[in-house]
Design a protein around this ligand. Structure first.
Ligand code: HEM
Length: 332
């Protein structure tokens, strides 16, 4: 339950994470003290997330076409007008946040965004659970050494290398080759979407988990070989698979939708999140996809490395034979 600004105009008792205008009895709203940090905050998120996951098991899913609530941007599939970014607008390496700015759901110039507002709007637009929408902006605020409650960010702040942004992305060149990170790299996106092997019940082409694992493993292998500054720590592998998992969960792998989201950073008219759970996509549920995706990507990376080694051995073979023969002749 949530205590928000009262009729007397007193300020909210604590930070908004759900978008109800008044106290309600939905049981999905948190009861956080105003500020928490560190272990206590993580414990709070885990407990709340578990609760929401359980509630999702016993509450009816949103009906088709009703995921975005009345009065919110995108209700009934009617997204605010798309306006491509202008010179000077701030954009980042995240296609979803850029798309929100391109539609004016976040400020179109991508500047002075409150962390809290960003979380609220992600919840309303994509139906990520309030836990995700509270935790990830908090993580971003901490990463940028900003105060979640008081400070704001420009989207470009998120391009901080090896913060959340990392090498071997699916939609961006590595920072070594593209220091700005604010625009999609179309050849990667086209190759990713062209690799889709699935079809959904409506006959639409869809990316499967295996498609993404294969593509991501190849990106990591190529980046490792071609980028002298390449790095991808364990935590960044995790972010990589978390970001990629949104393609399967929130976007349902649908190639037509992903073409607009990833290439143009535009939300297609009529689109809604494929997650219809009443409490939204919780960490517990989401992480099942993330772990599976990461495990399979790691396995495929190893297979690619083994294949490459075998190829090098085979390719070197004739040359080594020729060298050995010429040495033998010289000695003779
Ligand atoms: C506060 C919330 C969010 C933050 C701080 C954030 C941050 C980021 C960052 C820094 C990247 C670049 C990672 C890289 O280098 O590849 C990224 C990529 C991405 N994000 Fe977000 N993001 C947020 C929310 C979302 C949401 C709600 C979605 C989906 C609905 C999403 C989907 C993606 C996708 C698909 C990528 C591209 C991954 C790639 O190119 O490999 N993000 N995000």
């Amino acid at each position: 339950m949530k205590a928000n600004a009262s009729a007397t105009g007193s300020p909210p008792l604590y930070s908004r994470t759900q978008d109800h205008a008044a106290p309600c009895f939905c049981f999905c709203c948190p009861l956080p003290p105003p500020k928490m940090t560190g272990l206590l905050f993580n414990l709070y998120i885990v407990t709340w997330d578990t609760w929401l996951t359980l509630l999702n098991l016993v509450t009816p899913r949103y009906k088709l076409g009703a995921v975005v609530r009345e009065g919110k941007a995108g209700a009934g599939g009617e997204w605010p007008e798309f306006v491509a970014p202008k010179e000077g607008d701030s954009r980042c390496c995240c296609p979803a946040l850029n798309a929100m700015a391109n539609h004016g759901i976040l400020p179109h110039d991508g500047r002075n965004i409150s962390f809290e507002d960003m979380g609220d709007k992600i919840h309303a637009a994509f139906n990520f659970a309030p836990t995700f929408c509270r935790f990830v902006p908090q993580y971003a605020a901490d990463m940028l050494k900003k105060d979640f409650h008081k400070d704001t960010l420009d989207l470009a702040d998120l391009n901080l290398h090896n913060g959340i942004e990392h090498d071997a992305s699916l939609t961006r060149e590595d920072i070594k080759f593209d220091p700005h990170q604010d625009k999609p790299h179309l050849p990667f996106i086209d190759a990713l979407l062209a690799s889709a092997t699935g079809t959904d019940s409506g006959g639409n082409k869809v990316l499967t988990m295996r498609d993404i694992q294969r593509f991501s493993a190849q990106r990591r292998t190529d980046a490792r070989a071609n980028n002298p500054d390449f790095s991808l720590a364990g935590i960044h592998k995790g972010f990589s698979s978390a970001n990629s998992s949104t393609l399967l969960t929130i976007f349902g792998g649908r190639v037509d939708d992903l073409k607009a989201i990833l290439r143009e950073e535009r939300i297609p008219y009529g689109w809604e999140s494929r997650v219809r759970s009443r409490m939204g996509l919780t960490f517990l549920k989401f992480n099942l996809t993330v772990f599976k995706l990461e495990r399979g990507t790691g396995t495929m990376e190893k297979m690619l490395a083994a294949a490459e080694q075998a190829e090098t051995r085979d390719a070197d073979g004739p040359q080594r034979v020729a060298e050995a023969e010429s040495t033998q002749k010289t000695v003779a």
